[in-house]
Ligand binder design. Sequence first.
Ligand code: PGA
Length: 266
Amino acid sequence: MSERRLFRRRALWIAGNWKMNGTRAETQAFFDALKSSFPKSDLPAALHTAIFVSPLSIDRALTVRGDLPVEIGLQNVHFESKGAYTGEISGPMALEAGVKLALVGHSERRQYFGETDATAKRRTESLLAQGFTVIHCIGETKTERLENQTENVLARQIDDGLPTEYSDRLIVAYEPVWAIGTGLTATPEQAEEAHAFIRARLATCYNREAAEKLPILYGGSVTPEVFPALLALPNVDGGLVGGASLKPESFRTLIEQGVEASRSAE
Ligand code: PGA
């Protein structure tokens, strides 16, 4: 069986991370526009689309989304189910609001809000146990890459940050920090090299079968211009997209490119 076939047996994700963007009114306008231009035919079963919105826009997003096949997620959910954690949101609160998808360990949480491999691991383990699907982010900084530390950093983030037990609701996003919001997308060679390394490491943490099934998304200045070349790589299973997910036209184009990539493999 070819490498390409194995790749297409994994789910493909097109996920938008809105960060601290999107008021309720903007969320409504985005989904209204997306609905009017969304691909008319059903999406391939293995293609998932999602947007991580502000907690205050969750109810608006869920309502205005209607029957669009776009999952709504939260960007940061705590590992404890309640208690003295000012400013945090718990899993039960998210579930009550109708959300079962969470982002964990984004580099901005690590850089500005003290997230570590240890706290990211607690979040991911707790959320998976509560039934969430989790996209867990890892990636090296520019300095770490320049110092040839990329593989060491990824290995540490995987060994110390990912849950001990494999779950089929776990997704990893490789987001080189130097590529986030900079317009400097990783080249296909850089992305494939990192993704292949991550998959091999996952095989040592879990097992080969689990590592083959686990989707690994690329994030960092994904746009419709660069996305098809990334989607064609054997170890890239979609994208986690910041800036380009804020505009309905570019998000829709990324979804169409995902549909194309799913079909071209059938
Ligand atoms: P970007 O952000 O696409 O704007 O680079 C990606 C991310 O931080 O998830």
